[in-house]
Design a protein around this ligand. Structure first.
Ligand SMILES: [Fe+2]
Length: 555
């Protein structure tokens, strides 16, 4: 664990624990449903239903439950029900993969156990045949301590949402003195358990606390979710063999990874891969309109990230850009393994061949080419001085260090696709070969992005549009520099970045039609108070064509 000592001292001993949540129908000795309900991974005839039963006695044995799923429309037939048992082996979580459903149909569902009834959830299957449009809410990065999950509530309040895509960082692994400590203390919103999480019990407890949040419960109860993990569901900047935030004295990485993923499978409404493992690449078909490919780019194949702190300078202590660039461009460095690429190649080709208009890639990290910003260089001297007056010498030093790397023309995010350019090129080749109308959606960066992706740094062909969703709560670069127009500086300096906002919190609402697409950047007014409003920060439209997706138009 890396501890910021200043923060650790400031927060030592402060400790009221957040325990929100809506418990349904309790009584002494009864079980409870403290963590709401969820559904996920819909297909045209199946959906996963999820809940967690809180036993009165945690050492109790198996607990039996019943579930029921009922169509919302009044057409005859189609109700389903069943029974099962859960136990401590699954942390008393419940996951039912219900089959035999009708395509494009909306349902409600509940669970009962020992006289208690869960909250009611709404879900729907994916449509079949001719489909006019699809509406997806796209979310990522919900740091508990950073603020209230108002953006999840805003998703729950949407008049229409067919599926919610969660692109990762659903939980974070840090302890209360880590990321988000200051606001966590201010809001009395501290993580449980009160230390960095390592063991199966730790990861289970963090998931359990997260799902006590009533706003998150509301979003889960609103629509089916399609999820992938990013790094923080295990540890920061994870890759196949480790993570930036996994130190040698913290035990086996493989054991930690296995514990984190077991808890994830227990607590998330995801259909698990046959035989377990980490390969959660999945395809979802929205009738004849769109295919959605969910990519796992962390734990299956990803190579170690390069790091400016350790990899940039040569033996003489000066930047060795030639050597760094050579390492960065190494064709053997991967985000996705060969079998994943093969799966995606076939999927893209089949989707286009079958006449589907859109090919959506749901992925964790931003794909566009983005250089390190030179903030000082981009601003007038007096404006820069005023905007950074509160930073102090360390903050200014950081800005100037970034400006130095900016002048070398190196990428902003070595943990993003920019850190694996050869593998990104392989992905672009797949898109080009399939003649796909590719829409990439990304999380992780705690910023909104509207990007146009090209298959060469200059010239080349546009291969996709990309929408990066900001955090539900996690702080972005703009939060650290509230008076600096960081997003504008990023857009001005980078060909592929059409728009960026580095401070807003919210989600992207993606609407795909037969002849056009629309992405709305939905922002909540605050995460520091429970009362908030939601507004559309920006809207971009784009159109499909036989030659691939068009550029972005601001609506
Ligand atoms: Fe994040």
């Amino acid at each position: 664990m890396r501890v910021d000592r200043r923060r650790a001292l400031a927060l030592f001993g402060a400790g009221s624990l957040a325990t929100g949540g809506s418990a349904a129908a309790q009584g002494a000795g009864q079980v409870r449903f403290d963590h709401g309900v969820a559904s996920g991974d819909p297909t045209a005839d199946r959906v996963i239903l999820w809940t967690r039963i809180t036993p009165a006695d945690p050492s109790s044995g198996a607990i039996s439950y019943a579930w029921s799923l009922n169509p919302i429309d009044r057409r005859a037939g189609g109700a389903k029900s069943g029974r099962g048992t859960t136990s401590a082996a699954k942390d008393f979580t419940v996951k039912v993969d219900v089959g035999g459903l009708d395509p494009g149909r909306a349902y409600t569902f509940t669970f009962t156990s020992n006289g208690a009834t869960s909250p009611m959830g709404r879900t729907r299957t994916l449509p079949e045949g001719q489909v006019e449009d699809a509406v997806m809410a796209i979310a990522s990065c919900s740091l508990w301590q950073a603020g209230y999950f108002n953006a999840y509530q805003a998703i729950a309040d949407l008049p229409r949402v067919d599926v919610v895509l969660h692109l990762g960082d659903y939980i974070y692994e840090y302890g209360p003195e880590g990321y988000g400590a200051e606001s966590g203390k201010k809001l009395g919103r501290r993580v449980q358990p009160g230390h960095e999480i390592f063991t199966l019990g730790d990861y289970r407890n963090r998931h359990a606390q997260t799902k006590t949040d009533p706003q998150l419960q509301a979003a889960h109860a609103r629509a089916p979710w399609i999820v992938v993990w990013d790094d923080h569901e295990t540890a920061n900047d994870s890759w196949v063999g480790g993570a930036e935030n996994h130190q040698k004295d913290e035990g086996s990485w493989n054991r930690r990874k296995a514990a984190a993923i077991k808890a994830y499978y227990e607590w998330m409404p995801i259909r698990e891969p046959d035989g377990g493992g980490f390969s959660i690449n999945r395809t979802f078909e929205f009738g004849d309109l769109a295919s959605l490919f969910m990519l796992e780019t962390r734990l299956t194949a990803r190579d170690l990230q390069l790091d400016y702190a350790t990899d940039l300078n040569g033996a003489d202590g000066k930047p060795d850009v030639v050597r760094f660039r050579k390492r960065l461009a190494d064709p053997d460095r991967r985000m996705m393994g060969p079998s994943q690429s093969d799966w995606l190649r076939r999927g893209l080709a089949n989707s286009v061949k079958s006449g589907r208009t859109w090919q959506v890639l749901g992925n964790q990290v931003v794909m566009a080419r983005i250089g390190v910003p030179d903030i000082r260089g981009a601003m007038a001297a007096d404006k820069f001085a005023a905007a950074t007056a509160s930073l102090g010498p360390d903050g200014l030093k950081r800005i100037d260090r970034m400006a130095g790397i900016s002048k070398l023309g190196l990428p902003y995010g070595l943990d993003m696709w920019d850190g694996y350019p050869a593998d990104r090129q392989r992905l672009y080749d797949l898109i080009n070969r399939a003649k796909a109308n590719a829409v990439v959606v990304s999380g992780d960066s705690h910023a909104f992005w509207a990007n146009e992706l090209y298959d060469a740094p200059e010239g080349g062909k546009r291969v996709a549009v990309e929408f990066g969703t900001t955090g539900i709560t996690s702080p972005g670069a703009g939060d650290a520099l509230p008076d600096v127009p960081v997003g504008q500086i990023m857009a001005d300096a980078n060909r592929e970045v059409v728009y960026s906002d580095q401070a807003a919190k919210g989600f992207v609402l993606l609407t795909l039609g037969r002849t056009n697409g629309k992405a709305e950047m939905m922002a909540v007014s605050t995460i520091q108070e429970k009362t908030f409003t939601t507004s559309v920060l920006k809207t971009f439209t784009f159109t499909p064509s036989p030659d691939g997706v068009s550029g972005l138009k601001e609506a």
